[in-house]
Design a protein around this ligand. Structure first.
Ligand SMILES: [Zn+2]
Length: 300
């Protein structure tokens, strides 16, 4: 069998992990993608630092084939890892796609011949990793959600980017395995969150705060639209635009106060004030005030 130079180099690296030196015919070498920097199905994504830490820590780590009971004793070991960038491909947030690639090996035996054929045939493609992390940060405000809740809603759009959590502070890696349904789009990852012990009561509270936050969020959005309509009630001059732009960044309390001022201000000079509960609808050419507001968003 003819082996490429690349394979020979990989074999030298591999042999650092074995008790005796193996030849290329005795081992089965394959590569896999452990994880990447894109947002996964759980709305999480690894930071660049976390990916690099995983790169260092996964060398020498054993993998298992947990979906086949016959292969209970079959393991493979990672002997080389590297970060691989693909500038042609972008993540959901618009960054260059980067994945963590690994080379793994198995010693060929009669028992794992079927498994090797499955890997070769691309049947066992999906990989899952488990690791411990100390930080799970909100992509909008940076709060470490393992310690504090924040008011941002995962998956909701903030300035063109969906809110997600950034996994950082890798403290340990445990194992990797082939699984049927991975969490990550490009590879697969199951995350064991380190740092804090599991507390069901706290989890329930967090979920309840999450639901309340969502409700307050939609009420605030409605209030904001209301205030912006009031800003443009007398036409879309520069002052109205600036005020509407500012309203985009105000919280519920400030919006309530601004709405009151706008309603009072409008009510006073007007001999026939309109009821606050019936604010002027946006003009028929609805685009003009709202597009000014949308335009402003990018600058903030
Ligand atoms: Zn946040």
């Amino acid at each position: 069998m003819e082996h490429s130079k690349n394979q020979e180099a990989l074999l030298r690296e591999l042999n650092q992990f074995t008790r005796r030196t193996h030849s290329l015919d005795e081992v089965y070498i394959f590569d896999l993608i452990l994880c990447d920097n894109d947002i996964d199905r759980d709305g999480d994504c690894f930071s660049d630092t976390a990916l690099d830490e995983l790169r260092k820590r996964f060398v020498g780590v054993t993998g298992i084939f947990d979906h086949d009971p016959r292969s209970g004793n079959q393991t493979a070991r990672i002997f080389h890892t590297e970060l691989s960038a693909d500038p042609e491909r972008k993540t959901i947030t618009g960054k260059d796609y980067v994945c963590l690639r690994a080379n793994a090996y198995m010693i060929r035996t009669a028992q794992n011949a079927d498994l090797i054929r499955e890997i070769d045939g691309g049947i066992k493609k999906e990989v899952s990793i488990s690791c411990a992390i100390s930080q799970k940060r909100c992509s909008v405000c940076g709060a470490n959600l393992l310690r504090d809740a924040c008011g941002h809603i995962r998956g909701k759009d903030y300035g063109g980017v969906p809110c997600h959590t950034i996994l950082d502070g890798v403290t340990d890696v445990f194992e990797w395995s082939f699984v049927a349904v991975p969490a990550q789009r490009g590879a697969g990852v199951t995350k064991k969150l380190g740092g804090l012990p599991c507390d069901p009561e706290k989890d329930a509270l967090r979920r309840s705060v999450g639901r309340l936050t969502e409700t307050v969020g939609s009420l605030t959005d409605a209030l904001r639209r209301d205030v912006i309509r009031l800003c443009f009630r007398d036409g879309s001059n520069a002052c109205a635009k600036a005020l509407a732009h500012a309203a985009e960044h105000l919280d519920a309390e400030a919006l309530l106060s601004l709405r009151k001022s706008l309603q009072d201000g409008l009510a006073a000079p007007d001999p026939a004030p309109q009821l606050p509960s019936a604010p002027a609808a946006p003009s028929a050419d609805a685009g003009s005030p709202l597009s000014a507001y949308r335009f402003g968003r990018g600058e903030g």
